[in-house]
Design a binder for this molecule. Sequence first.
Ligand SMILES: *Cc1c(COP(=O)(O)O)cnc(C)c1O
Length: 434
Amino acid sequence: MVAVANRYLDEEICVPCHVEGVHHRAQEIMASQGSIIEPAYLSASQHFDNSDHLEAALGYMIPAWGYSRIANPTAGYLEATLAMLEGYGFDGDVSAMVTSSGMSAVFMATQPFLSTEYGADVNFVSSIKVYGGTYQLFSERYAKERSVDVRWVRDSMDITEWEASIDDNTRFLYTEMPSNPGCAISDIEELGRLAERHGLPLIVDSTLASPALMRPLCFGADIVVHSLSKIIGASGMAIAGAVIARHGIRTRVGQEAMAADFATWVKLWPARDFGPSLSPMSALLLLSELRSLRQRADAMSVTALEVARYLAAHPRVSSVTYPGLDDSPHHDVATRLMQLVDSKEPRYGSLLSFEVADGDAATRAVFDRLRMIMRATDLGRVKTVAVIPSISTHQQQGADARDVASIPGSLVRLSVGLEHPEDIINDLGYALEG
Ligand SMILES: *Cc1c(COP(=O)(O)O)cnc(C)c1O
């Protein structure tokens, strides 16, 4: 088999995709008719030269993609680009795998650690301030259906609360930075040190920041999760996710190959079997959006700060949560961790939330009066979008869990887009004055 493999390349083990990202750029371009954007390979499967080629490819011995559920060349371009962006400034190798949604990325990043093969008592420690879907996955699918002991941390900045929850059966630490919708801050640098002391992987969902504003691997995270459906795919034409990991992750369980190159291992084995593959069409749309990510993250963050300041001064707004406001909790930590890539400029992202004074009914009235701002359970868009989390994204987790996660009925989540700041402010002003 190795001899056969060597006919196709000089390494024995490789990623099942012939795309090696940026490294062979000129060659790649010429191989695709000189096209200056990546080609779309929509084929579900690959043709093989002969039985040897087929056998070596399906045995993961040579660079091949085989079948689009396992790998696809267009998705491979997206994976290589994401690994490069997320690994920018990180001293080490990084791999990425893309998935059909952000939720399947959260699932793929966490479930390999929960195997009862290594002991039936399984727990993990997570900030409670996580995306509603992640909360449901952890509490319903993992805790209720699989008896995983999910240990919630209420104050994500309190390292002693994290540490007190860790024991011999802990499999990983999980946080979202900043959190959706509360913009809660986690000091992932401190969490990285805590994870290191306990030999645990730190998994960070950094969807809201994106690699343009924060790269958790540089601060000690092992695995980064993204919903690519948000600011990375800002036009809003694709649902997608990514699992990006450094090589040689910390872990107490699992095979050597899993620790060596987690993202590739997940792609070749569990993801092959669970099947959350991304459509190559979506991969292509996302690739083209990635090219303007830095400029978008910059402009949206600058406008979001202006809007946050406007809302903070408005008499009908009782509170504004935005990490960029000087008096916001842990503003200093956010400033240390979130900066526009290749600059020292702090940038805090496009998401903020505010509470309308006078209660839930008044909040709905303000929300219903918005004329330009879209009402949708969406964020990171080029268009400004607002939602009331308690009746939408966070409806299903129930009032008690919403209380703990600080999601009252008067909270409005606002995702600031690329419109002129004055247009956004005027629309909010009109809605609030009604
Ligand atoms: C939206 C979101 C997810 C889930 O992503 P989908 O692409 O909608 O499945 C996960 N984490 C965060 C922080 C999100 O905002």
